[in-house]
Design a binder for this molecule. Structure first.
Ligand SMILES: [Zn+2]
Length: 311
């Protein structure tokens, strides 16, 4: 994702306050039978991804991570699809084979939810305080591994209890190769996915990005709040009900992230992101800066959302 994240029509999000009319109705009782999210298993998924090293396109870690995610998902009995496409690193001007990994649970159901995260990591630590590190790829414990870790644990939970609705877990590639200030060079996987998505579209989407920060605070991401206010309200109400105080229902920064391409094709989408992370795009984005209880907070809320929607 990108911090100066908005341009053109997305700029609107900066100046608008959004009426929450009609969003206060209809919050259903949380499903009692949602399976328990296991933070230890989620943490393992984060640690394993980081053990592969940097996972930028073209790296050995990138290939290993793809195979790892596929192996974990296969155990859940979902339908797995690799969506391959080509993407260019504008800095090196090299093209890479990129892959969105799509895991479909109950693929024949027309009512569907989408949960997504990017799995690639940034090829250069261009925000590193030490200028000699800035050409190194990052490990991306938070920026990459955290969202994937939560989704992989959600996959296991889905395999235990049917939520009564179709669910697609999508792992986007090519999110983080863009140059600073060139937002169109980011989010290649979600762009490709949105362009090739078939009907019926998912009725709503949650994007997880940078959700592992040991000091987690998730405010309203402003593009989500402007374009999908009811969904944002729904998710934050669930967080409040669960006592997940890391969710702070106040406006944060607008972020240009994978959810933008979903919003563009009419899917309500919320980006759950803690962008106040001092190790962003540095070589210090390591597991030691993250923790399992942050993954747990986000995982519990996302899981409760799925089971509430499916009731
Ligand atoms: Zn990033």
């Amino acid at each position: 994702m990108h911090n100066s994240g908005i341009q053109g029509r997305w700029v609107k999000a900066l100046s608008c306050s959004v009426a929450l009319a009609a969003t206060l109705f209809g919050l259903r009782v949380l499903a009692a039978d949602a399976p328990q999210f296991d933070p230890a298993l989620a943490w393992d998924h984060l640690a394993v991804q980081c053990s592969f090293g940097a996972r930028n396109p073209g790296s050995a870690g990138h290939q290993k991570c793809l195979e790892y995610m596929e192996g974990v998902l296969k155990k859940t009995g979902c339908t797995i699809q690799r969506q391959d496409f080509l993407g260019e690193d504008p800095e090196s001007q090299k093209s890479y084979f990129l892959t969105n990994l799509i895991a479909k649970f109950w693929p024949n159901r027309s009512r569907r939810l989408l949960l997504c995260a990017h799995w690639d990591t940034r090829p250069r630590a261009d925000q590193d305080p030490d200028s000699t590190n800035r050409k190194q790829p990052i490990i991306g414990a938070n920026d990459g591994a955290s969202g994937v870790a939560v989704l992989l644990e959600i996959a296991r939970c889905l395999s235990l209890v049917d939520p009564g609705i179709g669910v697609d877990l999508v792992f986007f590639d090519g999110e983080d190769m863009g140059r600073e200030t060139h937002i169109d060079e980011y989010c290649l996987g979600s762009q490709w996915y949105a362009q090739h998505l078939e009907y019926p579209l998912p009725e709503a989407a949650i994007l997880l990005d940078m959700v592992g920060d040991a000091d987690l605070r998730i405010p309203y991401e402003q593009n989500s709040h402007y374009y999908a206010p009811q969904l944002v309200d729904e998710v934050f109400k669930i967080a409040a009900k669960l006592g997940e105080t890391a969710f702070d229902p106040r406006p944060g920064r607008p972020v240009y992230d994978d959810h933008i391409h979903l919003l563009e094709i009419g899917i309500p989408a919320v980006d759950l992101i803690d962008f106040e992370y001092r190790y962003w795009h540095t070589t210090a984005d390591l597991p030691a800066k993250c923790n399992g209880s942050s993954l747990n907070s986000v995982g519990r809320v996302a899981l409760a959302w799925i089971y509430q929607r499916g009731q």
